[in-house]
Every structure is written in C-alpha cells, then in structure tokens.
Ligand binder design. Structure first.
Ligand SMILES: Cc1cc2nc3c(=O)[nH]c(=O)nc-3n(C[C@H](O)[C@H](O)[C@H](O)COP(=O)(O)OP(=O)(O)OC[C@H]3O[C@@H](n4cnc5c(N)ncnc54)[C@H](O)[C@@H]3O)c2cc1C
Length: 595
C-alpha cells in the first residue's frame, strides 16, 4: 500500500466497513479519560491524594486489569496479545498520561515476566502466561543495596542442593517486592561471579514458607510516592530445580537481552508524561491573561512551546524506531535500546522543565492548579531516566559498541528493507523472534547507515520543489555531522579503565544524530502515504525537529528557531482544544479516528 488516492476505483475503507478495529491503546485511553471525567479511579484529584498519602493506586490498577492489560504482557504464542512492542509502549503511554505511579506499578509485571518469554522452558512459559493473564503481580530483582548498575557485583547467592537451589541474600529497591506474588531474581551461582557466574530464578512467594523470606519496608521516594518500592531478604529459601529460568550461568546474558525489550517499552512512560505536561501547560497558556494578551500569544512562549513539541516528536519517533526494531531489526537492539533509554527520558525531562517554566509558580504548587499534577508529574518522571539503566549506564553500553558501529559505517552496510518497516507504521511487522537478539550490534546502525541515501532523496525532493530548501540544507548539515562523528568514533580507543568523559559526549551526539536520521527517514517513508495523522505529511514538524537536533549539536543558523514558532502555530491555530491524548505522529487521536 502506498497510500495514493488518485485511483478512480479506490473506495474509502469506512464506506465498506473495513476500518481496522480501534487500536488497544486508544481503547484504553478512552476508558481512562472516561474514568477521569467520571471522578473514578483515574480522576486527577484522586490520584494526587493517593500520592500525598503515599498509598498504592490499587483501584486504578484494577481498572487496568479489568481492561485486560496483563494479556498484553504475554506474547501471542503463549496465549497473550503481545505481538507489537509499539502497542505496549503506547499502552503504557496512555496510562502515564494520567499517572506514572500506576503505569510503573502495573507495568512492572512485564519486566518481572519478560525473562520467561526469552529463556523459559515451555512449561515455565505456559504457567507464567496463565498466571500473568490472571492478574498476578511480578517483580524483577536485580539491584542490591550495595550494587545498582554493576550487576556483576551482586551478592545474593544460589547454592545447589540435590533437587534445587537455596537462595540467600537481599534485593533492595525493588518495585512490587511486597505486592508481587512472583519475583524473578538474579543470583550468583558461581562463587567467583563473572559473566557466566549468575543465574535467574523464579521465586513464587505463594509457595514459600513464611520463614523463607522477609519483606523490607517500603522506601519513601521523591516521586511515584504511592509505588511499592521495597525489597526482600531471603533466608535460605529453597526453590526447586525447575525454578531456574534459562541455563545455569546464563542469567546475565538473559537479563541483558531482556533489558533490550524493557528499556524500549519504558519509553512509553516518558511519552505519556510529556503528553500530560503539554496538556496542562497548553491549557494554562491559553487561559493565562498577561499584558492585555494571552500567554500563548507571546512570541517567546510560542517558541518555547514549539521547541518542546519538536523535542517531543523526536522522542516519539525514536520510541517508534526502537519498538519496531524489536521486530524488524532485532540484531541491532543492543544499540537501539540504549539510545532510546538514554535519549527519550532525558529529552522528556527537558520538555517537562521547559513547559514547567511556562506554568510559572503553578508548576511548583500542590493543590492550587489542576490538583498540583504538574509538580507531581515532574517528581514522578525523575525516576524514568534512572531505573532500568541510567542515562550514563546506557551511554557506556553504546560506547562499548563504537568500534562495531564505525566498522559497519565504513562497510556502508544497510538493512534497507528492515529500516523501511521500522519507520513505516503502516507496514506489517515480522513476528518477534527472541533468538535474534544479540549482545552487540555487529551490523551497526541501519538508521545512520541509511542516511546518505536518504539525504540524496531529500535533496532531490527539494530540487523538485516538493520540500522546502531549508530541509535539504538541514539534511546536508546533519549528514556532515554524522560523517564527522564517525571519524571521531574511529579514533576512539576502547578502554576497560575509566571511560573518558569525552566518550560520553560522543555518545550524546550519536543519540542526537540518530534522532535526526530517524525523523528524516520517517518523513521520507511516510509523506506520500495517506495513513496516520495529517501532521505526518507536513514538512513543518520535520523542519522544527531537525532545527532542534542540529541545535543540540551546536549548529543553528540564523532564523532557524522560527521553525519552532511555526510548528506551535500550526498545531495551535487550527484548533481551540488541545487533543486530549496529545500531539502525535503515530496515530490519529481517537476523536479524529472515531468521531
Ligand atoms: C523507584 C525505584 C524503583 C526501582 N525498581 C527496581 C526494580 O524493580 N528492580 C531492580 O532491580 N532495581 C530497581 N531499582 C534500582 C535501580 O535500577 C538502581 O537504582 C539503578 O540501577 C542505579 O543504581 P544505584 O542507585 O545503586 O547507583 P549506582 O549504579 O551505584 O550508580 C551511582 C552513580 O554512578 C554512575 N555510574 C554507574 N555506572 C557508571 C559508568 N559505567 N560510568 C560512569 N558512571 C557510572 C551512575 O550514573 C550514578 O550516578 C529501582 C530504583 C528506584 C529508585
């Protein structure tokens, strides 16, 4: 399908009743918006009060269970509905638009069960699938009090006995450690540790005697205050042999592959937080009268809003690229997942900060404006760039892959077909095959390796007056940055001692270049298609996104910032209502799609 509508025989799908069913995330968004309006479990004041009382939002999680969300945590082949990681990202986004505590509390079951889907035996997978679908809560225990990111330092031990293993030690700062029925634990199985010295175990608390473990107290947190962030201490807890997930010694490898999926899906938490930030900020900016004007009409406010929108759209497209790559470029996920987890939460953090400046004091106050949701949102989102691998941890993982990325760039290797599927939401995705995940991206980065060819097409389109010349010029500049960056990466000498801080700056630039290349190629693949929101086909968003990306690379030409105001005006001036589910290049808002 190309999306061209010129064919005389073409019939509107709606006319013949062939409209595809409403996507799950839009159904969920409708449900949650209705709950909010009806002062149900998703009402802002209800969620804000639970946060103040540091109480877990159980009623909201029950709404999600009633919707059937746990089914989306289980892959299709095991009886669930998970067959598109973008769908999971969008589902979490729909929840995070209302409350991150709920999304993080509920979503943890996916993180806690993902190792089963990657490495469990058929029997383990079938049992876990039924359990998750029935609403059991899972947790994932990697971190210990003395060891966070450094998983190879973990001290919780598993010692082999005749028919199983004895677990001893502590996992701490674990989401759902107390609420959860099952915890997937990384344990040291070889006293010497090392990369083959850890294994994964399922600890089903329902099957353990009370003496086998104690729950550690809930920890008070800066954000997501109602979440169950606690821990567990194991006292010689016996688990049978079949509690081991994967082979002995394979724990770290399974976790590293699982993180490629979880870090990718977590992007939805940030995107939803950004949707909420825009909704609150734009409503305020429209209503706030200042100097005989409205805040929204002041040029600086519009430019700030437009730049934040450009950042948000870049983040959304990087999220799309990452989640669809799970299916179409799985062997690149070791690199794409760390880019997504470093780039998206970090970018959204800046978006929230900038929009917060627009709200003035109201971003800081509780109770006063919109139940104090903005300050809550800002606090809640602080954890997203930290857990599941902090920005620094993700960047250091990217740094270790620099030599492979450089070598693939030199070979000009490019998985063109995979890249087109990744960046064209209207194309069907191949089924996810866990066996294709790799620990390193031997094939390099198709998104950046596709840029030279894409640039030639962009420049030709601009020459044919189908695209503003500005975009062609931005494209040339981006390509020049990418070429210069690869030259620098080529000079980088890997080290096992402390990684130099200059390498982290190169990783930051790599993320920016990746985001710019995603935007450009997304536009190329989609501008002649008629699926998706109308915004996709307008060059203004692309111009603004490239202006932002280039600016973060220290390259902004005079007047280029006008692209931000133009984007804000494009989105504001044709509507009096900000779309309830936010601005998106991925899907029509439900209101548009289902009037
Ligand atoms: C609310 C919340 C929920 C959580 N949920 C879970 C959960 O469900 N399961 C779980 O296992 N864990 C969970 N965690 C733990 C979380 O994943 C860890 O806090 C995180 O991995 C960071 O570990 P750390 O805080 O011990 O810091 P450390 O890893 O000790 O890092 C300390 C500092 O060193 C920096 N650093 C780390 N590595 C490098 C490097 N290579 N180069 C340069 N600097 C580096 C870090 O950026 C940081 O600034 C949760 C934490 C919180 C706060």
């Amino acid at each position: 399908m190309t999306g061209q509508t010129s064919c005389a025989e073409s019939v509107s799908p709606a006319a013949v009743g062939l409209l595809s069913p409403e996507p799950a995330d839009q159904q969920l968004a409708r449900l949650l918006n209705a709950s909010q309006r009806a002062r149900g479990a998703f009402a802002g004041d209800v969620l804000a009060e639970l946060d103040r009382q540091e109480t877990f939002p159980s009623a909201a999680c029950q709404v999600l269970n009633d919707f059937g969300l746990p089914v989306y945590y289980v892959p299709l082949q095991h009886g669930g509905k998970l067959n598109d990681m973008t769908e999971l990202m969008q589902l979490w986004r729909a929840i995070s638009r209302h409350d991150l505590t709920v999304a993080i509390g509920h979503g943890k079951t996916f993180l806690g069960s993902v190792c089963y889907w990657l490495a469990g035996s058929p029997d383990q997978q079938s049992r876990a699938a039924k359990d998750v679908i029935n609403g059991s809560v899972y947790a994932w225990g990697l971190t210990e009090r003395s060891h966070g990111s450094d998983l190879l330092a973990g001290e919780l031990t598993a010692t082999q006995q005749d028919n199983g293993w004895v677990l001893e030690g502590e996992k701490w700062l674990i989401n759902n450690a107390s609420r959860g029925q099952v915890m997937c634990l990384l344990a040291r199985t070889s006293p010497a540790g090392g990369s083959r010295g850890y294994s994964l175990f399922a600890l089903d608390k329902r099957l353990q005697p009370g003496t086998a473990f104690s729950l550690l107290p809930k920890v008070k947190t800066h954000g997501i205050r109602g979440a169950d962030i606690s821990g567990i201490a194991l006292h010689n807890a016996f688990v049978p042999q079949h509690a081991m997930i994967g082979a002995p010694g394979a724990g770290l490898e399974i976790v590293l592959k699982a993180l490629q999926l979880t870090r990718t899906a977590c992007v939805g938490l940030s995107l939803g937080a950004a949707d909420q930030a825009f909704e609150i900020a734009v409503e305020f900016m429209r209503a706030r009268a200042l100097y005989d004007n409205h805040l929204i009409d002041l040029p600086l406010a519009r430019a700030t809003l437009g730049e934040a929108l450009a950042m948000h759209l870049c983040a959304e497209l990087v999220g799309l690229a990452a989640t669809r790559s799970v299916h179409a470029l799985p062997d690149e996920m070791s690199m794409i997942s760390v880019i997504a987890k470093a780039f998206v939460p970090g970018t959204v953090e800046s978006v929230i900060k900038r929009l917060g400046e627009m709200l003035g004091a109201r971003a800081f106050l509780d109770h006063v404006h919109r139940d104090g949701m903005y300050q809550k949102l800002e606090r809640d989102h602080r954890i997203v760039p930290i857990f599941d691998g902090s920005m620094v941890v993700n960047r250091s993982s990217l740094i270790t892959q620099f030599p492979l990325l450089t070598s693939a760039w030199k070979r000009a290797r490019n998985s063109a077909a995979g890249l087109e599927i990744v960046l064209t939401p209207g194309l069907d995705l191949p089924a996810f095959n866990p066996a294709q995940l790799q620990l390193i991206a031997l094939q390099g980065c198709s998104v950046l390796q596709g840029l030279p060819k894409a640039s030639a097409r962009i420049i030709a389109l601009a020459a044919a007056k189908k695209l503003p010349q500005t975009v062609a010029s931005q494209c040339r500049r981006l390509l020049a940055h990418v070429e210069a960056l690869y030259r620098e990466l080529d000079q980088y000498v890997p080290t096992t001692e402390g990684v130099p801080d200059a390498a982290f700056e190169l990783a930051r630039q790599y993320e920016r270049c990746f985001a710019g290349a995603v935007c450009l190629q997304f536009w190329l693949f989609n501008h002649t298609r008629d699926d998706g929101p109308a915004l996709r086909r307008k060059p203004q968003w692309l111009q603004a996104c490239l202006a932002w990306v280039l600016g973060t690379l220290g390259d902004r030409t005079e007047g280029e910032h006008n692209a931000f105001e133009a984007l804000a005006s494009l989105l504001l001036d044709h509507t009096t209502e900000w779309p309830v589910n936010g601005i998106s290049l991925l899907r029509d808002t439900p209101e548009e799609a289902h009037p």
